[in-house]
Write a protein that binds this ligand. Structure first.
Ligand code: GLV
Length: 310
């Protein structure tokens, strides 16, 4: 038995090295190197070619190469007995927090504006806002969201959370939950951080009607998935002066197409899905553990609930 990596858009050598550092007896192959598909029971996948899983009759486990699993849940070639697992990594959560903090601080202290002014040789001071002026709303209070919320609170921000269910929130953080409390949650924060998983329920949740509930002048950060956001609605609310601007790291189509309005909008900041990158060395042990559990028929770590889609 071996681990197959189905991720055609990236260099998989660091993944092979990291897995073999944990267990040198495991053969790790790319999709193209598979000769007998019936022997494959475990696949590691990211941006996999559509429909590939149907070619593996004895597949038992598919592991995402990241925290998100929307690329797997939506793939209809995965038969129900096949288990989907995801990565849960404290380093990934910390990276997300550091990205959020950097983004918020850069906006609060207007660093992009000063860079523009430097290019124009303009010496002009503007009054800045402070951490104490910001009430952050975290949408998605799972592993990553809870970590981001806790760290932002420690940094002095006032933080509220919103999630699908009333699961306990990190200490000291008021939690709103369910669609019936979403508008109240949005009204209560002036900086929104979207960290939700993309599911049939959350698709397009950041639309005109909900985003309009944010107070005038709010900032939006989307580091969950592009499909959560209705792009035109965000642009409309920014152009109307209701939302001040947005920092977007994830998009419906990635790479972001050349002709997309986000590229040139003066109040939208685009980054290429780098809020956190999975480090193969940090997550290889849990992948190897799930590989062995698959072989032994034992319960898997970080199993995805196929009904909830995350
Ligand atoms: C990144 O987007 C991930 O899901 O890990």
């Amino acid at each position: 038995m071996c681990i197959i990596i189905a991720s055609p858009l990236q260099n998989i050598s660091p993944w092979i090295r990291a897995i073999q550092k944990v267990d040198s007896s495991i053969e790790v192959l790319s999709l193209d190197e598979v000769t007998d598909q019936s022997t494959v029971e475990f696949i590691l996948a990211w941006n996999q070619p559509p429909g590939i899983f149907a070619h593996f009759p004895n597949l038992k486990t598919i592991s995402s190469m990241g925290a998100g699993v929307d690329h797997l849940v939506k793939d209809k070639s995965i038969a129900p007995p096949v288990n989907i697992v995801r990565i849960i990594d404290p380093l990934l959560s910390q990276d997300m927090y550091e990205f959020v903090l950097a983004t918020i601080m850069s906006q609060l202290r207007m660093l992009p504006m000063y860079r523009e002014n430097q290019i124009q040789k303009v010496w002009k001071k503007k009054l800045y806002r402070r951490i104490s002026d910001i009430r952050v709303g975290i949408m998605g209070t799972g592993n990553i969201g809870a970590h981001v919320a806790t760290k932002l609170t420690e940094a002095g921000f006032s933080v509220v959370g919103w999630g699908r269910s009333p699961n306990p929130s990190p200490q000291g953080i008021k939690k709103y939950y369910g669609m019936e409390q979403l508008a109240d949650f949005l009204r209560s924060c002036n900086l929104l951080v979207s960290l939700l998983p993309l599911t049939s329920e959350t698709q397009g949740i950041l639309n005109y009607n909900y985003l309009k509930q944010l107070p005038k002048g709010a900032w939006v950060i989307n580091i969950g998935r592009g499909g959560l956001l209705v792009d035109d609605d965000l642009v409309q609310l920014i152009d109307q002066g209701h939302i001040e601007g947005a920092s977007l790291d994830v998009f419906v189509t990635e790479p972001l197409p050349d002709d997309h309005v986000f590229w040139s909008h003066p109040k939208i900041f685009v980054t290429p899905h780098i809020a956190s990158l999975t480090h193969p060395d940090s997550v290889a042990a849990q992948i190897v553990e799930n590989y062995h559990r698959t072989k032994l028929g034992k319960p898997l770590l970080h199993l995805v609930n196929r009904l909830l889609e995350y």
